[in-house]
Write a protein that binds this ligand. Structure first.
Ligand SMILES: NC(=O)c1ccc[n+]([C@@H]2O[C@H](COP(=O)([O-])OP(=O)(O)OC[C@H]3O[C@@H](n4cnc5c(N)ncnc54)[C@H](OP(=O)(O)O)[C@@H]3O)[C@@H](O)[C@H]2O)c1
Length: 303
């Protein structure tokens, strides 16, 4: 019998790809949206927010699986992240428990949760994980901690990759930093593997493209130079300069009342020396095999 999956964040960058992939696997998809959506691929839309318990109850009714992907990735204040990522995730798992039919719950967290002290975002993802685990009852909770995700529709990593292919690498933060990446299609594959596997004990998995030890800036420049068959110039953007840009950005965001990506809090993440991760446990437990390395993504313009 096809699975019924309740999906949040289905209108965002990652959630859109997840939604399309779930439909292709034959799952019945019920998706939360803050706005009315046109009918698409047989998806059953539930209009509402993570603040609306009634909408969350309608979302999970009859669903055997929940994928909670909605989240705040930008914000002007700590509260913006805590309200959506912590309180919203807690409401989601509570709704799944009350609904009584959810067997498994996948929380799309972030590698940032490994270091909650670094930023408001990191703290909110860490707290969300803890609260979801604690409130899960009999529901099998799996937590994905993807590293930086890129692909069509992404607004954050994509500019870096576009400049790379023009021959410029903007090395943000430490010159010695180790980074990792994950293509959005591989993240969607991991979710499908999770859905198709037998329900497992609670687990937390880091996810990247399985490039051993991650990438440093010079490795990224070397890959891009090879792919474009031309030079790549490295422009160092030191932490001090990032902080100045973040100050300006935060002032503009206050005036323009928008949610900025680069804040002083975010600089804490960018200044961290090691964002490499180990996705072997995910591969072994889920039978998942990421297909897209940075090299392949640049060669085939998969972003
Ligand atoms: N992008 C990355 O590199 C990355 C890496 C690791 C983890 N993640 C995690 O992956 C998830 C998705 O990220 P993304 O990059 O796809 O972000 P995104 O494009 O900003 O999408 C966020 C989604 O969450 C929804 N949402 C936000 N607040 C909500 C609320 N209060 N009620 C209901 N829906 C709400 C948004 O709805 P609207 O369309 O109405 O705004 C949108 O569908 C997040 O949990 C993020 O922390 C992302």
């Amino acid at each position: 019998m096809p699975r019924t999956v309740a999906l949040t964040g289905a209108t965002g960058f990652i959630g859109t790809v997840l939604r399309e992939r779930l439909v292709r696997t034959g799952a019945r998809v019920r998706a939360l949206s803050r706005q009315h959506q046109p009918p698409i691929d047989g998806v059953e839309w539930v209009v509402g927010t993570l603040e609306d318990r009634g909408a969350l109850a309608a979302l999970v009714a009859g669903a055997d699986s929940v994928i909670h992907c909605a989240g705040a990735v930008r914000g002007r204040r700590k509260e913006d992240f805590l309200r959506t990522n912590v309180e919203g995730s807690l409401r989601m798992i509570e709704a799944a428990r009350r609904g009584g039919q959810c067997e498994r719950f996948l929380l799309i967290s972030s590698l940032a949760a490994r270091h909650p002290q670094l930023s408001w975002y990191a703290l909110s993802k860490y707290e969300a994980e803890a609260q979801v685990r604690q409130a899960a009852g009999d529901i099998a909770v799996t937590i994905f901690r993807p590293t930086a995700v890129y692909g069509p529709g992404d607004r954050d990593v994509r500019p870096l990759l576009e400049w790379l292919m023009r021959g410029w690498l903007f090395a943000l933060g430490r010159s010695s930093a180790r980074l990792s990446f994950l293509h959005v299609d591989d993240l969607a594959d991991a979710a499908v593997c999770w859905l198709e596997a037998a329900p497992a004990p609670p687990a937390t998995y880091e996810l990247d493209d399985c490039h051993p030890g991650g990438y440093n800036w010079s490795a990224i420049a070397a890959i891009a130079a090879r792919v474009r068959n031309g030079p790549v110039r490295c422009v160092a953007v030191p932490i001090g300069l990032l902080k100045t840009i973040a100050h300006i950005n935060m002032s503009l965001a206050r005036i323009g009342r928008y949610s900025p990506m680069l804040t002083l809090s975010k600089v804490g993440e960018l200044a961290h020396p090691d964002w490499s991760c180990d996705s072997r446990p995910a591969r072994e437990a889920l039978g998942w095999h990421p297909q897209t390395t940075l090299n392949k993504a640049l060669e085939e313009r998969l972003f």
